[in-house]
Write a protein that binds this ligand. Structure first.
Ligand SMILES: *Cc1c(COP(=O)(O)O)cnc(C)c1O
Length: 366
């Protein structure tokens, strides 16, 4: 049986280091915003190359806090339009709805699945104030082009980097350091995953970092002094301790993912299956390996019978979700077609040669 993602195996590699980190945490007697969060924030900021990192409760809260912060600073206001990929995980959209911003859905590029700069230009109006970029499946969005559009139209760019920890541009700049502020999720399945919920925000902006530090902790500027209306969006000490262990292995894990992807790309040669775009660089960290096929359900069932687990990311696009009745009449054909044809093959840094061989053999025999 080839699992889609064997999280137990992913984390078993670090068992003794986790136990040590847990003992240090336990001995400290400090469970909230202590030395572990401090240390992880320093390490992750340094990894991403940003001035600041703030640990927060999860990826959705990271995104929501960034928008709350931009509103508090007067950079955005309620009802401003924010361009966002139509084909993303629902959290990207929820973060905008949560603070009264208006998501405007933009179709993806047909080759990369990432937000299309040409489509971005078509949707810019007088009300457009920001672009929320998602590095979908682990592949960096075309930031150069998006930056030039944003500069020309005075738009602020935010990254949803929840799937792209460690992805880097040709000049070595990392996801999280390619915009005004970036949101990371450390949900257990992500390339850098905690043993529970966790997230972070990275930014180089002094003002935003200072506001976000308050907002994530009840709006407090000092103990029991509340300057703003905040919430409890803090990162747990114990998760920060575990993340600190795993951060050291993020680059080698991403390299392992790229190796799996390269094998799939060079060895899968079934004309019924369309392989994902990959330029061979470090700009894609393969959070997911997503193929397309006309008979997605057929391929999924066939692989199940071969004892190979697959998943669909995602079966229903945000604008077709029941939670969002206001978007139901939107027509987004590229996005809709994508959601009907995509299938994610097993992908992780712990996939064995035997498992990769099995996937290649079965997909080719389909
Ligand atoms: C996982 C994910 C999130 C949300 O992260 P949580 O930690 O689960 O809240 C947001 N955006 C994208 C693109 C994601 O993949």
């Amino acid at each position: 049986m080839v699992k889609f993602l064997n999280l137990h195996s992913v984390n078993a590699r670090f068992e003794s280091q986790f136990k040590e980190a847990f003992q240090t945490f336990l001995d400290s007697g400090q469970y909230i915003l202590g030395q572990e969060v401090d240390r992880f924030e320093t390490d992750f900021a340094s990894y991403c190359g940003t001035k600041y990192c703030l640990g927060v409760s999860n990826g959705l809260d990271a995104l929501t806090l960034i928008f709350k912060g931009l509103i508090a600073l007067g950079r955005l206001k309620e009802n401003d339009e924010v361009l966002v990929p139509a084909n993303t995980f629902i959290a990207s959209i929820l973060s905008l709805k949560n603070v009264g911003l208006k998501p405007v859905f933009v179709e993806p590029d047909r080759t990369t699945f990432n937000i299309s700069p040409i489509e971005i230009e078509k949707h810019i109006s007088a009300k457009t104030k920001a672009i929320l970029v998602v590095h979908l499946y682990g592949q960096l969005a075309p930031m150069e082009k998006i930056k030039s559009i944003a500069d020309r139209n005075d738009l602020v760019i935010i990254e949803d980097a929840a799937q792209a920890h460690g992805a880097e541009t040709s000049t070595g700049k990392k996801a999280g350091n390619l915009s005004h502020a970036a949101a990371f999720s450390f949900y257990p399945t992500k390339n850098l995953g905690a043993l529970g919920d966790a997230g972070a925000i990275t930014t180089n902006n002094d003002e935003l970092a200072s506001v976000l530090k308050k907002l994530r902790n009840y709006g407090a500027d000092a103990k029991y002094s509340f300057e703003m209306l905040g919430a409890n969006n803090r990162l747990d000490e114990v998760q920060a301790a575990f993340l600190g262990v795993k951060l050291k292995y993020l680059d080698s894990d991403n390299l392992s993912r790229q190796k799996v992807a390269n094998r799939y790309l060079s060895e899968i040669n079934n004309p019924k299956i369309e392989l994902p775009f990959y330029d061979g660089s470090k700009s894609h960290v393969f959070h997911l390996f997503v193929v397309r096929t006309n008979d997605r359900e057929g391929l999924k069932k066939y692989l199940e019978a071969c004892q190979i687990q697959t998943m669909v990311h995602y079966p229903i696009p945000p604008h077709k979700q029941k939670a969002f009745t206001e978007f139901v009449s939107l027509e987004l054909p590229v996005t809709e077609r994508m959601h009907n044809t995509v299938l994610s093959l097993p992908m992780s840094p712990v996939l064995s040669e035997i498992e990769i061989n099995e996937v290649v053999k079965c997909v080719n025999a389909y």
